[in-house]
Ligand binder design. Structure first.
Ligand code: SF4
Length: 281
């Protein structure tokens, strides 16, 4: 049985970077004489195994600012509104910012548009933490993933657009096509990060070439679930797992080529463990 790993699979730059920051922060906190707690504000990534590993390293998860009273708080890749960073500082907490630099770029663009008097349209999911962080940099804004929301809106003369990093180009194109005919002055910052698109394209390609597909990542990870859906469109024998323990021998009966892909919050070590388990079946 041959195992093929998708060309783009697993943890993206922003997630790898955040994991390194968190581990370094925990190590340095553990070396202090007076050990103070370290928390991430929300789970660092949608990967229960990694979150549990971090807990064993001494990094807890705080759901709200009010849940932390001392020590260090790490801001995750999605970023937060500036008001949250300020409130952590006012509480005297030490803040370590692991916001992905690509998300920081969206913050910067949203802030610039706001300062220059643009009404900001954020193309993204309103309930996603990244979008809530971006909105914190805007004054007058609308969050949308549908032209229908714009039909109801009396569009101002100056409209600026920024995009949640994981949105699709098609979605942005549809919204821009509508706006460009109705707005006097339109300024667009295309802030889509290619990591998601690259992983989806690679899963699509590989799932056409194999007899079984294994998709690794948190069951709570939206981008991993999407990789599973894409794989299933081309390969009925596609399975979403978190760990090697979930592999079933029956999936590999009569199979000569197995494809493996993983969501953007799955570290390489987790992929290697699963590949090794498949090879030893
Ligand atoms: S998907 Fe892109 S924007 Fe999001 S954390 Fe990864 S590198 Fe950063």
């Amino acid at each position: 049985m041959r195992v093929h790993i998708a060309e783009n699979a697993g943890a993206c730059y922003g997630v790898e970077r955040a994991l390194n920051i968190v581990l370094k922060t925990a190590q340095s906190a553990n070396k202090q004489d007076d050990i103070k707690p370290v928390h991430t504000l929300g789970p660092l990534i949608h990967n229960p195994q990694v979150v549990s590993k971090l807990e064993r390293e001494g990094v807890g998860v705080a759901d709200e600012v009010d849940d932390v009273h001392e020590g260090t708080v790490i801001i995750r890749t999605h970023g937060v509104p500036p008001q949250i960073t300020d409130s952590l500082g006012h509480k005297g907490l030490s803040v370590v910012d692991a916001t992905c630099p690509y998300v920081k770029k969206v913050h910067k663009s949203a802030k610039k548009l706001t300062e220059e008097g643009y009404f900001v349209i954020i193309v993204g999911d309103a309930d996603h933490a990244e979008v809530q962080g971006i909105a914190g940099y805007c004054k007058d804004y609308l969050v949308t993933t549908s032209v229908d929301d714009l039909v109801e809106l009396k569009l101002p003369k100056k409209v600026g657009v920024v995009v949640q990093t994981t949105q699709s180009q098609e979605m942005l194109d549809t919204i821009l096509c509508y706006l460009s005919r109705r707005v006097n002055e339109l300024r667009v910052f295309n802030t889509i990060c290619e990591a998601t698109n690259e992983r989806q394209a690679a899963a699509r390609k590989l799932s056409l070439e194999v007899d079984a597909m294994i998709v690794i990542g948190g069951k709570n990870s939206g981008n991993t679930r999407r990789l599973h859906e894409i794989s299933k469109e081309n390969c009925a024998n596609a399975h979403h797992i978190e760990t090697a323990d979930e592999l079933e021998a029956a999936w590999f009966e009569g199979v000569s080529d197995v494809g493996v892909t993983a969501g953007a919050s799955t570290p390489q070590a987790q992929i290697s463990t699963v590949v090794e388990a498949i090879e030893n079946l």
